[in-house]
Design a binder for this molecule. Structure first.
Ligand SMILES: [Zn+2]
Length: 266
């Protein structure tokens, strides 16, 4: 069925002129628009196109928030007006519990608690503390090292708890490792070990050398502290005691502060 109205001859002519008039108007407006140069209204300010110098580069966004200004020497000394950066590395985390104690507490939780307390303590002493992990997350060894190297930290302190066979409850005590040949690492290790033993009164297994990944690949004086044996009869009790963990954080903090003060005097 045809739904269009039938037009008489005169109506058709009128309709035709109306239609062609409309198209004519549209054509004229379009032509005028093309012919006119594009210029902003007099009140509008046009910003010049931004130019980027070829020497300028866009800084990549770093996953670690506090990155200090570069310290190419990697010296433990801090520049005037610049807070020294210390990276604290709580061992293990996430699906990796580390050593599991007699009472069922995990190394990953013990060392995280000590590390968090140590970080706040250092911050109150004017040191910028960066934790490699702040929660119970899985973190490989390479990212831990990368955080320290990228931050150009003055020091790197990894915190672990020891374990031996459950049949050896008589094995107890604290030991601190540094990589062989690092005089600075050895001094830092000695300072931390001495403070830990004197404050906690736990066994002293001494300062030792080891080629742990985090000690070998960090570009600054680095130590790894074993704050006692979770399998040790005496140590397991101390490690599961929150007050002792606070003492440990304070002791490691004293060792770090002592080392940094000695470095400043040299
Ligand atoms: Zn460990």
């Amino acid at each position: 069925m045809n739904s269009l109205p039938r037009l008489s001859g005169l109506q058709f002519v009128k309709f035709y002129y109306l239609l062609s008039g409309c198209f004519g108007l549209i054509y004229l407006q379009t032509a005028a628009a093309i012919a006119q140069p594009v210029s902003p209204p007099p009140n509008q300010v046009v910003a010049p196109a931004q130019q980027i110098s070829p020497l300028e580069t866009v800084e990549p966004v770093m996953p670690v928030a506090p990155v200090p200004s570069p310290n190419p020497s990697n010296s433990p000394r801090s520049l005037p007006g610049q807070r020294p950066v210390v990276v604290i590395d709580p061992g293990h985390g996430g699906p990796d519990p580390g050593a599991v104690s007699i009472g069922g507490i995990y190394e990953k939780d013990i060392v995280l608690d000590i590390s968090l307390q140590l970080a706040s303590l250092l911050e109150t002493q004017g040191i910028q503390a960066i934790l490699t992990r702040q929660t119970d997350v899985d973190l490989g060894l390479q990212p831990r090292v990368a955080i320290a190297n990228r931050a150009r930290a003055a020091l790197f302190v990894s915190i672990h708890a020891n374990a031996i066979s459950m049949d050896r409850p008589e094995v107890n005590g604290i030991e601190t490792f540094h990589v062989a040949g690092s005089v600075e690492g050895e001094q830092l290790a000695a300072g931390i070990q001495q403070q830990l033993v004197s404050i906690t009164r736990m066994g002293d297994r001494g300062v030792k050398r080891a080629r742990f990944y985090v000690l070998v690949h960090t570009a600054m004086p680095a130590v790894l502290v074993e704050v006692g044996f979770v399998t040790g009869q005496e140590d397991a009790l101390r490690l599961s005691d929150p007050a002792t963990r606070t003492q440990m954080a304070q002791a490691i903090g004293q060792g770090i502060l002592g080392y940094l003060q000695r470095s400043d005097r040299q």
